[in-house]
Design a protein around this ligand. Structure first.
Ligand code: FAD
Length: 416
């Protein structure tokens, strides 16, 4: 077969891969996106039951790329409440001993945006897919996998599972956890299994959630109630793997009884309105961000615990930084796949990623137990941070993605 040439090949057309394709296309590059699944199967209700909390800075980028206006439903988070708890107490305000860490819009006084947005992943996928379809410089290869690649002087040749060869100046692995590109590039990975599985579903609430996101730390792991439109909420409920699987197989009535115990009664009756999904929770960090002509982006570079809803957000920040360094090099006539360009990307993303991954990891380890003295200490910590405005503002701005040296797209500035 004749070889086809592109500027960039993206292996993995998930949430991060398609966002990257759009960001690079906005600067005039020709992009190939290879995914092992047909887009239509990724839009099915049974493919991904998650919803994502999207930081306000990241939503600015999705606005510039034309994705935001195509998202069918966007909920907002105007308040976040974090508290410790035990199951019989329910997820009441203040948790079991009355101490709550509380963030609201007042923490981000320089912006009239909400603290964050809530989007169901299926709506986000549909919006990304619709916008990509309008771009003639984005060519999709599905359902195909990149099985291997070879660095070939000024190009990288990628081999697809149908025997086709495509070439570009750069290959980006956006193929998620367990990335094949990362393995083929012989990049080592640090892994840790939290021995927790996330049970995910969507519920309808009897009383209004008032756009409040609630993170409630149970001894078995975090339990998050994330506000969606039409007074529904996305639930991420962590349990040990065997218990999570057993819970997910309960019939609807028994599952609702279990979930109601965790909610308590402050939001009234809770009804399950979507399928129940389970996700094993692990930390997976690549030891390098790139080798010559190959870079990693999104979960392929860093898969973290969803405790703070930061995984996709980190991926979007990677997209903004990588697209900017690539387009800068391109506009100067430099090689977009060489180590100088890719090191700029890695240098931009390394520290932020490590900080977020380490904070989520520490949070999960500190809170996922019922050890009395530790429970007391963390509740004191919650009370201290809550009473100290600058600390609250720091956390809120960090969660909003508006801290540090922001790439242009995250500031709301187009790349061309
Ligand atoms: C329970 C849970 C809740 C979460 N909540 C949030 C949240 O609120 N906010 C947030 O920011 N993040 C959240 N996350 C994290 C977020 O879902 C991930 O970070 C995000 O989906 C990563 O996107 P990605 O595109 O990098 O990878 P993926 O979504 O895994 O996509 C990878 C793509 O690559 C394709 N692929 C795989 N291998 C190949 C191959 N060899 N060749 C071609 N294609 C390939 C796959 O088909 C897929 O389309 C949550 C995660 C979990 C588990």
């Amino acid at each position: 077969m004749p070889k086809i040439e592109f500027d960039v090949i993206i292996a993995g057309g998930g949430l991060v891969g398609l966002s990257l394709a759009l960001a690079l296309e906005s600067g005039g590059l020709k992009i190939a996106v290879v995914d092992k699944l047909e887009p239509v199967s990724m839009l099915d209700k049974t493919y991904d039951g998650r919803s994502s909390a999207i930081a306000y800075a990241n939503m600015r980028m999705l606005g510039i790329l034309g994705v935001k206006e195509k998202i069918q439903e966007i909920g907002k988070i105007s308040e976040i409440l974090v508290s410790d708890g035990r199951v019989p107490d329910g997820a009441k305000h203040g948790g079991s001993i009355g101490l709550t860490l509380h963030f609201d819009q007042g923490e981000i006084t320089d912006s009239d945006e909400p603290l964050g947005y809530m989007v169901e992943n299926r709506h986000m996928r549909l919006a990304l897919d619709m916008v990509c379809q309008t771009k003639k410089n984005i060519v999709r290869f599905t359902p195909h996998m990149v099985t291997d690649f070879i660095e070939n002087g000024a190009y990288v040749d990628a081999f697809l599972d149908n025997g086709q060869k495509i070439s570009a100046k750069l290959l980006v692995g956006c193929d998620g956890r367990g990335s094949q590109i990362r393995k083929s590039a012989k990049i080592k990975t640090y892994k840790f299994d939290y021995s927790q599985t996330g049970i995910v579903t969507t519920v309808a609430l009897e009383k209004s959630h008032n756009d409040v996101a609630f993170e409630y730390f149970l001894p078995t792991g975090p339990f998050a109630i994330l506000p969606l439109m039409h007074n529904r909420a996305s639930i991420v409920w962590s349990e040990p793997p065997s218990k999570a699987i057993a819970m997910s197989k309960l019939d609807k009535n028994d599952f609702e009884i279990e979930i109601q115990k965790r909610f308590g009664d402050f939001l009234g009756k809770v009804s399950v309105v979507a399928p129940v999904f389970t996700y094993p929770l692990q930390l997976e960090l690549a030891s390098k961000w790139y080798i010559k002509r190959v870079a990693l982006c999104g979960d392929a570079a860093h898969g973290i615990h969803p405790v703070a809803g930061q995984g996709f957000n980190l991926g979007l920040k990677d997209v903004a930084a990588l697209a900017e360094v690539i387009l800068d090099s391109h506009s100067l006539g430099l090689d977009i796949g060489d180590e100088i360009t890719l090191e700029k990307y890695a240098a931009w993303r390394r520290t932020d990623t490590m900080m977020v991954a380490a904070s989520c990891d520490a949070f999960v380890r500190l809170f996922s137990n019922d050890f009395g003295p530790l429970r007391l200490l963390r509740n004191i910590g919650i009370g201290v941070v809550d009473a100290f405005g600058p600390a609250r503002r720091f956390f809120a701005r960090h969660a909003g993605g508006a801290i540090g040296d922001l790439p242009k797209l995250l500031q709301g500035i187009p790349l061309s």
